[in-house]
Design a protein around this ligand. Structure first.
Ligand code: NAD
Length: 478
């Protein structure tokens, strides 16, 4: 079966297709997917533009009911959707099912939000004048998503876009089109009118770039790497409508472990944050900043736990770490392993694994004796690789944690209320975790970072409204 693009309410083929390969077993082809280009984006924008007035005028109840139906279906089919997701992306089955469930929860949350869009009435400084502040849809929104959360990220962009009355042109990552296609198919059957949600699969440099520059798109929400995000922002600002833009990008997230930490908790927190989902999370704990008094015990216990992790086929029972997503990412991971060794860091693990099925398997890797100015401590690797940086005390830990171009998530393991409170107040990050992994967040609260990690309004929860609506202030003299 060939999975088609979806434009103006109908499946649309493309002159080219690409094969979606299972990273746990490269002989397993998930399917052939249409590979669109600029022409498909143009058609999708036209369809979204035509559908906009009707959808923007739909009642909150209509939008709620559609999103709620889609949420119910995603939740009911979470096991099957999660399995398909793990097959194409390589995260473990438990992680895949968890992500599909989260997508359903996000849809349900925004179904409720449809009914909660309100405004304000303020007294004017002029006698008799009424001032009203309301929110309106932004218009046609382009959504560009990465491969590492193939259904949750699309859901947390599509759901608020639709809830607040916008129409959508959606481009998923090239490596994971199946989850995107399944989500669009479910939402369409849930009752979306033609053209409200359009799917164009294909390469970033053609489909993504056309979305960013298109003169008739009003806003773009992007999640992916910093380099791509910067280019998209530039194109958005230079385009005719000067698009509103939201970028969620990379991280080099610190997890501080202080001498007074509960050692077992700190080790489990680091293990989960650094290596689960194969370390392919923007919120992964890639810098473990550890004070002298606990350093050696922490490294010994973490290394022991890492050695016991079962790396394997994402869909097999007992697998704790799935494969790397593809050959290119594996090459990147191995390149950084070589750089770290050249820089003088000491590597444990990080061997390429040959298992029963041919896949992109990499043993979790831990660098010790890392300085924060080394390349491996500064650049996002996006694999199962963590660095341990030894520091004298809390003050040095905090300054090291903040010494990065990124600012997504920042964590600390400590039993000291004083240090926990100080860290929460002074960590330069959008999200701070105390005695919890830097990765793993709730779906109903804002998500996002500072510095090179994020640009524009926050995603998720009620805060998503800032990006997906535009404010109108009206004055009336009755
Ligand atoms: P990427 O930047 O390579 O691609 C992201 C998306 O942009 C894909 O759909 C891709 O096809 C598209 N794209 C590529 N080139 C483009 C171009 N020139 N114009 C327009 N679109 C283009 O990122 P990736 O490798 O898919 O994902 C990994 C990155 O995503 C990591 O840096 C990770 O930290 C980040 N990420 C961030 C968050 C967050 O919320 N902060 C969440 C998940 C992933």
């Amino acid at each position: 079966m060939t999975f088609m693009n979806f434009i103006g309410g109908a499946p649309v083929g493309a002159s080219e297709t690409s094969e979606n390969i299972n990273p746990s077993d490269t002989g397993d082809i998930v399917g052939a997917f249409a590979r669109g280009g600029a022409a498909e984006v143009d058609a999708a924008v036209e369809a979204a533009r035509s559908a906009l007035p009707g959808w923007a005028a739909s009642t909150p109840q209509q939008r709620h009911d559609i999103l709620r139906r889609a949420a119910d279906e995603v939740l009911a089919r979470a096991a099957e959707l999660g399995r398909a997701l793990s097959r194409e992306e390589g995260k473990t089955l438990a992680e895949g099912v968890g992500e599909a469930t989260r997508a359903g929860q996000v849809l349900a949350f925004f179904a409720g939000e449809c009914l909660r869009v309100g405004g304000e009435a303020l007294p004017s400084v002029r006698p008799g004048v009424e001032v009203q502040i309301g929110r309106e849809p932004v218009g046609v929104i382009g959504l560009i998503t990465p491969w590492n959360f193939p259904i949750a990220i699309p859901a947390w962009k599509i759901a608020p876009a639709l809830a607040y009355g916008n129409t959508v042109v959606f481009k998923p990552a090239d490596l994971v089109p199946h989850s995107a296609w399944a989500l669009v198919e479910i939402l369409t059957r849930a009752g979306l009118p033609e053209g409200v949600l359009n799917l164009v699969m294909g390469p970033g440099r053609s489909v993504g770039a056309r979305i960013a520059e298109h003169p008739d798109i009003d806003a773009v929400s992007f999640t992916g790497s910093v380099g791509t995000g910067r280019g998209i922002a530039r194109a958005c600002v230079e385009s005719a409508r000067m698009k509103k833009v939201q970028l969620e990008m990379g991280g080099k997230n610190p997890l501080v472990v202080l001498d007074d930490a509960d050692l077992d908790l700190a080790v489990e927190t680091a293990l989960q944050g650094a290596f689960f989902s194969t370390g392919q999370r923007c919120t992964a704990s890639s810098r473990l900043i550890v004070t002298e008094g606990i350093h050696d015990r922490f490294v010994a216990a973490l290394s022991e736990r890492m050695a016991a992790l079962k790396v394997g086929h994402a869909l097999e029972d007992g697998t704790e770490i799935g494969p790397v997503v593809d050959a290119r990412q594996l090459e990147t991971d191995e390149k950084y392993l070589a750089i770290g060794r050249q820089e003088g860091a000491v590597l444990t693990g990080g061997r390429r694994l040959e298992l029963a099925q041919p896949g992109f398997y990499l043993e979790p890797a831990l660098f010790t004796e890392v300085r924060n100015d080394m390349t491996i401590a500064r650049e996002e690797i996006f694999g199962p690789v963590a660095c341990v940086i030894r520091v004298r005390d809390y003050d040095e830990a905090l300054s090291t944690a903040n010494d990065t171009e990124f600012g997504l998530s920042s964590g600390i393991c400590t039993t000291s209320l004083k240090h926990a409170s100080h860290f929460r107040a002074n960590a330069e990050a959008g999200m701070v975790m105390v005695n919890l992994p830097t990765a793993g967040v709730d779906y109903h609260v804002p998500f996002g970072g500072r510095k090179g990690s994020s640009y524009g309004a926050r995603e998720q929860g009620a805060y998503a409204r800032e990006f997906y609506t535009t404010v109108k202030t009206s004055y009336t003299l009755p």
